[in-house]
Write a protein that binds this ligand. Sequence first.
Ligand SMILES: Nc1ncnc2c1ncn2[C@@H]1O[C@H](COP(=O)(O)OP(=O)(O)OP(=O)(O)O)[C@@H](O)[C@H]1O
Ligand SMILES: [Mg+2]
Length: 289
Amino acid sequence: MHLLADDVKNLHKYEIRILRALEKMMRHYTWVPEDILKVAVHLSATETKYRVDNLIHRGMVKSDAVPYKGYTLVFKGYDALALSTLAQKKTISALGTMIGIGKESEIYEVLGFGVIVLKLHKIGQRSFQTIRINREYMPEKTHYPWIFASVKSAEREYEALRALNGKINVPVPIDINRHVIVMSFIPGMNLHRCRLENPDGIWQEILSQIKSAYDAGFIHGDLSEYNIMYDDAIVWIIDWPQWIHPNHLNAEAILRHDIETVAAFFAKKYRREYDIDDAIRYVTDKTVK
Ligand SMILES: Nc1ncnc2c1ncn2[C@@H]1O[C@H](COP(=O)(O)OP(=O)(O)OP(=O)(O)O)[C@@H](O)[C@H]1O
Ligand SMILES: [Mg+2]
């Protein structure tokens, strides 16, 4: 279910209060008991029921009657909380169209200081078992694994964007709230959709960015032609939540996988054969500049 500007604009302050209360109480309950919610929001029983029904109708909250009457927040309600906070802070003023959808995220164009981009991290919205193995920051037991993992994923990506800004070409991080990051708009196209005139030069440019990121303490961890954007000879690397540090136990294998994936793309589309070991040496050699 995609997010609409009206979903956020038309939220009543009591509805926001209920969403916030659920967010807080989901640390303790998977299903927040109706009685406890009523007390927490300081509203009459009728008002609470009316507002909760509105939220259920909009797909932001779910209810269950067994083994007790309770409510739970779902992604759309969490999205609404993050977006209403970002709007309140005046980071964003209008929600535009969706420009990308992945397994674990949604990307929207929005208005803020010009046209900017929102990335909503959504880990585990389909099945929690699909979480990739290197997402090792999940605690064993939590009542709200999808909230926890999505916030973590957003925080990790934001951290990489902040650290790498000015060192390599990444979107400029603007703000973060809950599982949503706000960043600058990249004007280019994804690499797999481009027809490069100078593939060798672009391969070199990509390696040079991988090297600068590595020197700054970041290995992408999910690099491919889909996470590289290209605009008029400029290369941008996006989609950073899965980065790892070069000291990580699996750093070498993950770096190799990143480089092999991009090399395989150049081999298939441009019939280029690049030496992977040479590329890895170039990236990891501290003496090369
Ligand atoms: N800052 C940006 N500017 C312009 N377009 C962007 C920007 N960020 C993302 N996009 C577009 O949205 C698409 C998806 O973004 P991204 O790669 O960050 O997430 P994802 O692939 O859905 O994530 P995941 O790997 O978790 O499924 C990109 O391929 C790109 O086309
Ligand atoms: Mg991607």
